[in-house]
Design a protein around this ligand. Structure first.
Ligand code: FAD
Length: 448
């Protein structure tokens, strides 16, 4: 049987773009369908715009720090509209680069929403296309809870495009997107209340980091309310009125939900091909194969680890295996990641609790210090590093940091953890001085 394409990719985001490009480089005839903008969540309404906003919001603290170092900082003001315009221009530029990359790689871009008709057929609008292999890379979408008045709330999608900076904003959720946006708005001078129904933010992260971030955020003026949720949202003349679980009400200009993301599989037609699902996500094996031999899936839609570099690695491994003649499974251990909170978090490997469960006997090393920049800068912000070691083998199984530059620092530490290096090998490494990163080779006393 002949097909229109060797590979039809649904979704031109992190995983889909990488898979298309690499498959095409091996000579495959590839098309990718995109319903919104090439680049996907990360580039268009995720990692990139968010990080630009984090940079923007940090200046308020930097101006203050500068004064501690002898600078006289004049009157400052912040223009939200200008920032959003400049951010959008950068996103347009990146979107153009991604389109050029696909064009240059010989991948055909088909604009529109794709649905699966059967194991080898995809529909976009009124056209159908056949393909030997189909890759589902449709990503995820914000999950909004079933609360009366939820239509008056925004998600991270809209938060990146608000016409005006909200003077008072309520952020709902305890995950990384919630704490990042709470920090963004607080840094820009908005009054921020963060509500989370659980007992501590950042579930799944190391407990020491969770507590310290909660403390730092509160110290920076964010009103963090744990064990609290919203039962109703009403529209008012100048924003929203929220009724909370304790019966009290709150008025705000906007309420943003960051309460998780769900795979974007609704209406995709995967059931037409008999693709097996697991709690809304496409079920795949280590090679991103579904139960249907011609259909594969990578990225957030598979609900493995919802991060861009993971989607990219999965897409690359898929293309190598299926079109490059090299079998490669996507690995999901020791993935370094960051939370661009203020201060940021960098983490790789297991938390203390996870390591204790897995290895039984562990050693925990910590360091709690005031970064040099803050001595003259006058900030109370502290940094904290933590290393978890399997006592039997001396292998470092987890490394965590909260403090300035944690994301930059953890990338290097991540190589060592992924390589399975021992604590003795960390200790044998010469420190970079003066730096915060040096703590990772200087921690000597295990916590009892
Ligand atoms: P996506 O990048 O979401 O791409 C899927 C694409 O498919 C989209 O372009 C979508 O429009 C398209 N599509 C969907 N359905 C169809 C259809 N039926 N037909 C055609 N096209 C379709 N990750 C990090 O690593 N670091 C971060 O700092 C980070 N920050 C984030 C901040 C926010 C606010 C958000 C929301 C996410 C963030 N992420 C971050 C997560 C990251 O964006 C995702 O893990 C990553 O984009 C997943 O890639 P993907 O290829 O699976 O899907």
């Amino acid at each position: 049987m002949t097909f229109d394409y060797d590979l039809f990719v649904i979704g031109a985001g992190s995983g889909g773009v990488r898979a298309s490009r690499i498959a095409s480089s091996f000579g495959a005839k590839v098309a990718v369908a995109e319903e919104y903008r090439v680049g996907g969540t990360c580039v268009i309404r995720g990692c990139v715009p968010k990080k630009l906003l984090v940079y923007a919001s940090h200046f308020s603290e930097d101006f203050h720090l500068a004064e501690g170092f002898g600078w006289t900082v004049g009157e400052t003001s912040f223009d939200w509209k200008k920032l959003i315009e400049r951010k959008d221009a950068e996103i347009d530029r990146l979107n153009g680069l991604y389109i050029n990359t696909l064009n240059g790689a010989g991948v055909e871009i088909i604009n529109g929403r794709a649905t699966v008709e059967d194991a080898n057929t995809v529909r976009v609008g009124d056209k159908t296309y056949t393909a030997k292999k189909i890759l589902v890379a449709v990503g995820g979408w914000p999950s909004m809870p079933d609360v009366p008045g939820i239509e008056h709330a925004i998600s991270s999608n809209e938060a990146l495009h608000l016409e005006e900076q909200p003077k008072r904003i309520v952020v709902v959720g305890g995950g990384y997107i919630a704490v990042e946006f709470a920090g963004i708005f607080a840094g820009m001078g908005s009054e921020v209340i963060q509500l989370y129904r659980g007992d501590q933010i950042l579930r799944g992260f190391d407990d020491d980091l969770r507590e310290r971030l909660a403390r730092e955020m509160t110290g920076k003026g964010i009103d963090l309310r744990l064990g609290t949720n919203i039962t109703e949202i009403e529209k008012t003349d100048d924003g929203v009125r929220l009724t909370l679980t304790d019966g009290s009400t709150l008025d705000a200009d906007a309420v943003m939900y960051a309460t998780g993301r769900v795979p974007k599989t609704e209406g995709l037609g995967l059931e037409n091909a008999g693709v097996e699902m697991e709690r809304g996500a496409v079920k795949v094996d280590a090679y991103s194969r579904t139960n249907v031999p011609s259909i594969f899936a990578v990225g957030d839609v598979t609900n493995r680890v919802q991060l861009t570099p993971v989607a990219i690695k999965e897409g690359h491994a898929f293309a190598l295996t299926e079109f490059g003649g090299t079998e490669q499974a996507a690995e999901h251990d020791a993935i370094p990641s960051a939370v661009f909170s203020q201060p940021p978090i960098g983490t790789v490997g297991l938390s203390e609790a996870q390591a204790r469960e897995k290895y039984g006997e562990i050693e925990v090393y910590t360091s709690d210090f005031k970064p040099m920049k803050h001595t003259l800068g006058g900030s109370d912000e502290r940094a904290f590093t933590k290393m978890i070691v399997d006592k039997k083998t001396d292998v470092v199984v987890g490394a965590h940091m909260i403090g300035a530059d944690a994301a930059e620092i953890i990338q290097g530490v991540g190589i060592a953890v992924k390589a399975g290096l021992t604590k003795a090998q960390f200790d044998a490494t010469v420190a970079v001085h003066p730096s915060s990163a040096e703590e990772f080779v200087l921690m000597r006393n295990a916590k009892s």
